[in-house]
Every structure is written in C-alpha cells, then in structure tokens.
Design a protein. Structure first.
Length: 121
C-alpha cells in the first residue's frame, strides 16, 4: 500500500456550498465584466475574513473583473459572485461597471472587424 503524497493533501478543496453558506444567489448582481477593486476598509479588515475573501481582497489591489477573480481562485463563477457580493455589501471592495445605457450605435466598421477576427479563429 502506498502512502498519499503531500500534494494530494494540499489540493483538497472546500465544497462551494460551504464557502457561500449554502446560498446560490448574491444580494448584489455583478456582471462578469464588472471591475472590482479593494477599498481602504477592505485592506484594514483583511484578518477578519476567510481565506478566499482574503485572496479576493489581495487580488483586487489592482482592479480585476469578476471572471478573472473566479479564474485566479479556481472557484466556480457563481461562488465568486456570492463572495464578491458579500464584500461589496460590507464595503471592502468597490465595483466599476461600464455604462451600457448609451444612445450611440456602435461603429459598423469596428463590428465588422470583430466579426472577421472571430471568424478567423
């Protein structure tokens, strides 16, 4: 019988429902592209948070999107949204979203270049 190596013990992960307290929705609706950055309050409160929240606060020293945070932490996107929503509500991170209520139509040439680029993939 072989003994498990140390690496297998360090890669054990907590179930997502434990990280979110069983919640499946956040009180704050964060789009994937929303940029999140740490506030002064977040830096000051680092010790009172769990490991994942501490990692989020550290990551967001430089603005990160919700999707990037999920990828960096290797957690499900919805779990990242819930954890971020908690931090937003507590004032430990702030969000920046693009204004999508513009009345201007996008440039047709730009859209055609994007379509050409996607088709070439």
């Amino acid at each position: 019988m072989t003994e498990p190596d140390n690496e297998s013990f360090t890669t054990l992960r907590v179930r997502p429902y434990l990280l979110t307290g069983g919640r499946t929705r956040s009180a704050v609706d964060l789009p994937l592209e929303a940029l999140v950055r740490t506030t002064e309050s977040g830096n000051a409160s680092m010790a009172q948070h769990g490991r994942e929240q501490q990692q989020i606060i550290s990551l967001c020293a430089n603005p990160q999107s919700v999707a990037e945070i999920s990828a960096h932490l290797k957690i499900h996107l919805q779990v990242a949204r819930i954890l971020l929503g908690d931090l937003v509500q507590d004032g430990h991170v702030a969000t920046h979203t693009a204004n999508t209520q513009s009345t201007e139509r996008p440039d047709l040439q730009l859209l055609e270049r994007v379509l050409d680029g996607l088709q070439s993939l």
